[in-house]
Write a protein of this length. Structure first.
Ligand SMILES: Nc1ncnc2c1ncn2[C@@H]1O[C@H](COP(=O)(O)OP(=O)(O)OP(=O)(O)O)[C@@H](O)[C@H]1O
Ligand SMILES: [Mg+2]
Length: 220
């Protein structure tokens, strides 16, 4: 169980805090959805939870114990927006083993099966996969590290209807084993599977609904 307690982010370069006293808890096997317009601070929040930036106030806690950035880097796996743009392996196998040459073929096959990519040849170049397959590979790259929490930045952005369905189905499955935190400017499809929905407005987190409710949010 991961909690944010009064997390604030106010880098010296900005006149106002980007995040102000953000509080919420992420339960295991759940999906938390945070929505907000462009510039609301969604990606910044994920970077803090992933240990890529450090809050200027408040704490991020794991079972009441305050975590440092290095702990968060182990605990959380961040899938960036448009993750396929960051692929650097020449093959699917290489992409999954980047930084982890010790991973066995069995571990690689297992994670590919989790994201329904077992049929893809290991020597396939990632850029030759379909858009939906690339998103699933990006998830596998994080899952293979066995994080507690998966952080997803706009996981449906730029996908057509059928690829969105593939990714949503997979998120629904991953929720059975992982804690997921999804940020998006668009609630339409994801709010139905969310266990908690928050809205990020001017740096403050506001409850936006509960399980299964459809929200009327303007799309940016
Ligand atoms: N380190 C930083 N220093 C100064 N300003 C920053 C820093 N990081 C982010 N910002 C600013 O904070 C605000 C929030 O940015 P962020 O990228 O987190 O928003 P977002 O909700 O992810 O937007 P989008 O939907 O466009 O991805 C923006 O105004 C951004 O320019
Ligand atoms: Mg963003």
């Amino acid at each position: 169980m991961l909690s944010l307690a009064d997390v604030t982010y106010h880098p010296p370069a900005t006149a106002r805090p980007i995040l102000k006293q953000v509080n919420f808890t992420i339960q295991p096997q759940s999906l938390t959805l945070i929505v907000g317009v462009s510039g609301a601070g969604k990606t910044t929040l994920l970077e803090l939870i992933a240990g890529l930036a450090t809050p200027t106030g408040g704490k991020i806690l794991w079972r009441e114990q305050a975590l440092q950035a290095v702990d968060l880097q182990e605990l959380a796996g961040l899938v960036f927006q448009f993750p396929e743009r960051h692929f650097c392996g020449l093959t699917v196998l290489e992409e999954l083993r980047l930084g982890h040459p010790e991973l066995t073929l069995e571990q690689v096959q297992q994670v590919l099966s989790t994201v329904h990519l077992s049929d893809v040849p290991l020597h396939q170049p990632p850029h030759l996969l379909s858009g939906g397959q690339q998103r699933r590979l990006a998830l596998a790259v994080q899952l293979i590290r066995q994080p507690y929490l998966l952080l997803l930045d706009e996981p449906l952005a730029g996908l057509d209807w059928s690829m969105r369905q593939q990714v949503m189905q997979l998120l629904q499955e991953l929720k059975q084993n992982w804690a997921l935190l999804v940020v998006s400017h668009d609630t339409r499809e994801l709010s139905a599977m969310a266990d908690q929905v928050w809205s990020l407005e001017q740096g403050t987190l506001v409850p936006a609904g509960s399980q299964g409710q459809t929200l009327e949010m303007p799309c940016s």
